[in-house]
Design a protein around this ligand. Structure first.
Ligand code: ATR
Length: 479
């Protein structure tokens, strides 16, 4: 179940949020602590204003809520609210509230016994959840993972505590996979926001329902993802999930923030993942965990696609293909014979190899000359420092920008500031946020043909999709 957290100041505004999100949610949690004082007194009316089950919650400040009332006052508000037809009431683990409990039980309102840990995951989390659920209540643990290893603990809850009704929430950025794959944590529901997340790491109900289809995940659903650090800016979930849906494949693709790649492999084995994409800074680090690698990975030394094959993980590189496909025709027709590649990092390696593999003459320009020299030596090309860029004005058919200079939020930077384009060059910036980088807009002003980072992203993603699923990427989506 996807449960929308309601945090408006009036009941009517909360009801309106339920109506506008109705297609994406199965339940709602009325956060009484967010309501104005007068509205709090009328909370019992809320269940009749909406057509879904509602959880009644009046969260204390120390548990991440806004309520600073005395315990007696808080108890009275809850007792009054329980005149309404709530489906659940949330009572914190440490609160002895016989009256609230008694009234809830009498009215058939199920009790959620909750605890919050904003600093980490308590060592006794399994036994604590077990104990909370002892009296037939739903146990709720909202905890804060800080690593992939912590995340694995949350996923293990479903196996360790099979027959316990529970709600598991991994808060903060490390917890996001547990919110999306909540059913794999054995959690009865996941909390979603309507747009303005009120808890760290909350995802919108619309994303959970339509992008991830989180409520449809079962033990049979194939899990894919992207690993990186940072990773949440990635638009790969928007490529793969709609693709899976279009071919009717019971699969999900989600982002995993990773600190330690070894722990991620443990998680991937635990979740029986079928494959994943790899982004910065793991494209080289991932190699030592792979049983087999493709020819491209071997030559480029970088892997962006990992697929589960019987008994092992196999690595591929689709970046080189993604880069090449938008300009392949120009290379084959002879329109592109020479290229200037700006940058000598991981992305540059794949690009230089791709161009050289197709016979293009390449000069690499980089701030740090030695890195340019290393790639040049491996691929038989020329190299120079970035400062000498203007020496190459008017000498090349293609200019490729592979550094992070100009990337969001540094819109106004261009690594080859002052470089004059003749207008005949094809200019390709692999940055995709923003689409139109400063370098590209200068090239456009000179009349050059442009290629954008998003073309490369989509093309590498389509090939990756084929490796994940064995099917071509369906036409008409993501374009
Ligand atoms: P990636 O895998 O994305 O290529 P990387 O390996 O960290 O990332 O490489 C980053 C590239 O951007 C390098 O070419 C780097 O130049 P150096 O080798 O001199 O570090 C380049 N780069 C990053 N910041 C830069 C800056 N402010 N000016 C010029 N080049 C920069």
């Amino acid at each position: 179940m996807i449960c929308l957290t309601l945090s408006q100041q009036t009941l009517e505004e909360d009801a309106e949020l339920v109506r506008s999100n109705r297609a994406y949610i199965d339940m709602a949690e009325l956060r009484v602590d967010y309501l104005g004082e007068e509205e709090q007194k009328k909370a019992s009316l809320f269940p009749s204003m909406v057509d879904i089950p509602v959880i009644l919650t009046l969260r204390r400040k120390e548990d991440g809520g806004l309520c600073t009332l005395t315990e007696r006052h808080r108890r009275n508000i809850l007792l009054d609210a329980l005149d309404g037809d709530f489906a659940y009431v949330d009572i914190e683990e440490d609160v002895k509230r016989a009256e609230v409990e008694a009234k809830a039980r009498k009215r058939g309102v199920r009790i959620i016994r909750s605890f919050h840990d904003f600093n980490g995951i308590p060592e006794d989390i399994f036994s604590r959840i077990y104990k909370l659920a002892e009296r037939g209540d739903v146990a709720k643990a909202a905890v804060t993972p800080h690593s992939v290893a912590d995340l694995l603990t949350l996923f293990r809850i479903s196996d360790e505590l099979k027959d316990v009704d529970k709600i598991i929430i991994g808060m903060g950025e490390w917890g996001i996979p547990s919110r999306i794959l909540y059913r794999r944590c054995g959690s009865m529901l996941t909390f979603a926001s309507s747009g303005d997340a009120i808890a760290p790491g909350q995802i919108t109900a619309k994303e959970l329902k339509t992008l991830y289809r989180a409520d449809k995940v079962s033990g049979k659903t194939a899990i894919y993802g992207i690993i990186g650090n940072p990773v949440y800016h990635s638009s790969s979930p928007q490529i793969h999930n709609p693709g899976f849906q279009a071919i009717n494949y019971d699969a999900i693709y989600l982002p995993f923030l990773v600190d330690n790649i070894r722990s991620f492999f443990a998680l991937a084995e635990y979740l029986k993942m079928r494959g994943f994409s790899v982004t910065i800074p793991f494209k080289a680090q991932v190699l030592m965990f792979l049983g087999r690698i493709s020819r491209e990975v071997k030559q480029i030394g970088s892997c962006n696609t990992v697929v589960r094959v019987p008994g092992m993980w196999k690595g591929f590189n689709t970046d080189y293909y993604g880069f090449l496909s938008p300009i392949l025709r120009d290379i084959e027709s002879g329109r592109i014979k020479t290229a200037l590649v700006i940058g000598a990092g991981g992305a540059s390696k794949a690009i230089v190899w791709a161009l050289r593999n197709r016979g293009v003459k390449v000069t690499i320009l980089n701030r740090t000359l030695s890195r340019a020299a290393d790639i040049a030596a491996l691929n038989l090309c020329e190299f120079d420092t970035l400062e000498n860029a203007r020496k190459y004005e008017g000498t090349v058919d293609l200019v490729v920008q592979t550094t992070s200079v100009g990337l969001y939020p540094d819109f106004d930077l261009n690594p080859i500031e002052g470089f004059r384009f003749t207008g005949r060059e094809i200019v390709y910036d692999i940055i995709y946020k923003p689409k139109m980088t400063k370098l590209l807009s200068e090239a456009a002003a000179a009349g050059c043909t442009l290629h954008y980072g998003e073309e490369m992203l989509l093309e590498q993603g389509k090939l990756q999709f084929e490796m994940f699923t064995g099917y071509h990427y369906p036409r008409g989506i993501g374009e």
